[in-house]
Design a protein around this ligand. Structure first.
Ligand SMILES: [Zn+2]
Length: 335
């Protein structure tokens, strides 16, 4: 429970966020950014749904200050962002964005059918289908469904998406199977057609996605990589599962997941070893999708090429992890 949100807790958290999160959280954070300190904060009029999870823990990376709570708010996005569609768009080559503003879904198009990554909440599945169709593709051409990690805002829609695609195969990381089996919207069993292990490849029509186990956020949290051709170049694409330590996560003496510290360390190590040209994630805000989409519309170089953004995301989340661990370890020894 403390390790990561179960479905119920995840929904409860999102419901709390829905009640209190001002949609301007990120903007006000940006204002703070550009004012004096370079600090990203969830301050001002925005109530903090993580208030009962202890004080804000702040870290400094490259001269900017980031808070654990502020980052969580930033990445979750507003309740509207979680359900409103993002205009579907091509990211690079045959890789497209088909998710909502806040919850990222990706479509890999191949001559033998398509791959959908992240069905998000079940209620978002019709929105995703519409986005796929707006791009000129068919939802029924989706043959494989993958996910970032076993939280309901990323994989709750698997059963409905499988049904609406006419039987796409749902492939999930082994370590997330127990959590996914409890994710049963409307009582529907979670479909699992193939169980994946670290390093497994998912192939379809010449496209190959590699599943990298980057655990901690959930035990089976998965970072996907794929090489995509575009304009005579090959791009290394990384879709980050999640590296964040959500407020309230117990890193010390976690009975549910005694190895959580080692898991996070593994996730950071693995992530640092991945080649990245195009930086994507399970939440749009993690890679600043709104800003990059605006740049895409304006023309110019592909804004999704952002290896530095990828490195920065790892650095921020690792710094927060270390700070939370230090704080919890200190509290434990002084008990
Ligand atoms: Zn999550």
């Amino acid at each position: 429970m403390a390790k990561c949100y179960t479905n119920v807790f995840c929904c409860a958290l999102l419901a709390v966020v829905s009640l209190v999160l001002d949609t301007s959280a990120r903007q006000s954070a940006n204002v703070a950014d550009t004012q004096s300190s370079g600090t990203r904060q969830a301050s001002g009029p925005v109530a903090n749904p993580f208030a009962n999870t202890g004080p804000e823990i702040e870290v400094t990376v490259d001269g900017h200050t980031y808070g654990q709570h502020a980052e969580a708010l930033h990445n979750l996005g507003s309740p509207e962002d979680q359900v409103n569609p993002m205009p579907p768009h091509r990211i690079v080559g045959d890789l497209y964005y088909v998710g909502t503003v806040g919850l990222a879904s990706y479509l890999v198009v191949t001559p033998e059918g398509d791959i959908l990554i992240n069905t998000t909440f079940e209620r978002n599945v019709p929105t995703i289908r519409k986005s796929v169709e707006q791009l000129g593709f068919k939802f029924t051409d989706i043959k494989i469904i993958l996910g970032s990690h076993a939280h309901s805002d990323h994989q709750e829609g698997d059963a409905l998406a499988k049904q609406l695609t006419g039987g796409a195969k749902v492939m999930v990381m082994a370590e997330d199977v127990p959590l996914l089996q409890k994710m049963m919207p409307g009582g529907k069993p979670h479909p699992i057609d193939r169980v994946l292990h670290d390093g497994d490849e998912v192939e379809l029509g010449g496209a190959t996605l590699v599943a990298h186990l980057t655990p901690g956020h959930t035990p089976g949290c998965t970072t996907w990589t794929i090489k995509i051709q575009d304009g005579g170049r090959t791009y290394d694409v990384v879709i980050v599962g999640s590296l964040s330590v959500a407020p309230g996560t117990k890193l010390v003496n976690n009975a549910n997941d005694p190895h959580i510290v080692d898991e996070y360390r593994r996730a950071f190590k693995v992530s640092k070893g991945l080649r990245c040209d195009i930086f994507l994630a399970s939440h749009g805000a993690v890679y600043d999708s709104k800003e990059k989409y605006a740049k895409l519309r304006a023309g110019g170089p592909n804004p999704f090429i952002d290896p530095d953004g990828y490195k920065r995301e790892i650095a921020i989340e690792e710094a927060i992890f270390n700070a939370v661990l230090a704080q919890q370890s200190k509290a434990e020894t002084t008990r």
